[in-house]
Design a protein around this ligand. Structure first.
Ligand SMILES: Cc1cc2nc3c(=O)[nH]c(=O)nc-3n(C[C@H](O)[C@H](O)[C@H](O)COP(=O)(O)O)c2cc1C
Length: 250
């Protein structure tokens, strides 16, 4: 049976983003998946890493990677981190739902990456990228933007959304995930009135209605392409002649 983790990074389940996450969960349940939830706001996930989580003095020195490793070795990983890491371990796939805020995911999702992707557990210095511990798992970003499609595309004033999402996708790639090409719904905002508002509501209702088809079509969905470890030289630079898949490594 497929286990799907829904990660929702939005302060309200009554937002479109929240409704979209619920549509994903319903579609996965209807397809026979076991569905796990990380509704980060509802769970009041603490997105700020710090010594206090590890019983250390906030005023003292703090090395997060070493703190993670030591906690894993001692079996003292903070409960909220351990609970999220366990859901990631159980999941065959993760569907992330979030709005674009300041050209990036909301801070709570960045903090979830910082804390839930436990170092020494879900990744180690030896097991990352091609040898990542999460190989075989898949991830999809379902993202809303306030700006329209032209502004969020290549050459667009708001920046190409696929580039803006690349650091988040690469975080998962670091762990070994395969990452699907993101699903983005543009022009989501509460500033329309009258006919424009009615048209937006109809468009968003169509997205929710189509989510079962999107979930059922995962196997045909294209994956984001990343360079293999062997594409880099010993210093960590992309070898001359290696294919370039994005604007960050060129
Ligand atoms: C703090 C904040 C920052 C935002 N930054 C962006 C942005 O960088 N690009 C964009 O297209 N929309 C931006 N927006 C608009 C949101 O993306 C939009 O309101 C959201 O996707 C609507 O979905 P929702 O109704 O589910 O909240 C921002 C909104 C907020 C609250």
């Amino acid at each position: 049976m497929t286990t799907t983790l829904i990660v929702l990074a939005h302060p309200s389940r009554q937002s479109f983003t929240g409704a979209w996450a619920e549509a994903s969960a319903a579609a996965c349940a209807a397809a026979g998946h076991e569905v796990l939830w990380s509704d980060l706001s509802a769970h009041q996930f603490d997105a700020t890493e710090g010594a206090r989580h590890f019983g250390q003095d906030e005023a003292g020195p703090f090395d997060p990677l070493k703190a993670h490793e030591a906690a894993v070795a001692a079996g003292t990983v903070p409960m909220d981190m351990a609970a999220e890491a366990e859901k990631i371990r159980q999941a065959d796939q993760i569907i992330f739902h979030f709005p674009l805020w300041w050209f990036a995911p909301p801070a709570v999702l960045k903090g979830w990456f910082d804390r839930a992707l436990v170092h020494g557990d879900l990744h180690t210095v030896e097991e990352r990228f091609d040898t990542g511990r999460c190989r075989g798992k898949r991830a999809l970003f379902c993202v809303t933007t306030g700006a329209g499609p032209a502004e969020c595309g290549p050459g667009g004033k708001e920046g190409d959304v696929n580039m803006l999402l690349w650091p988040s996708a690469y975080t998962l790639r670091y762990l070994g995930f395969d990452v699907y090409v993101p699903e983005v719904v543009h022009g989501v905002h509460g500033y329309f009135e009258g006919a424009e508002k009615t048209a937006l509501q109809a468009r968003l209702a169509g997205v929710l209605d189509g989510q079962a088809g999107l979930v059922d079509g995962f196997d045909q969905r294209p994956l984001m392409r990343f360079n293999a470890d062997s594409d880099f030289d010993e210093s960590g630079r992309l070898k001359a002649g290696a294919e370039r898949h994005n604007g960050f490594i060129k």
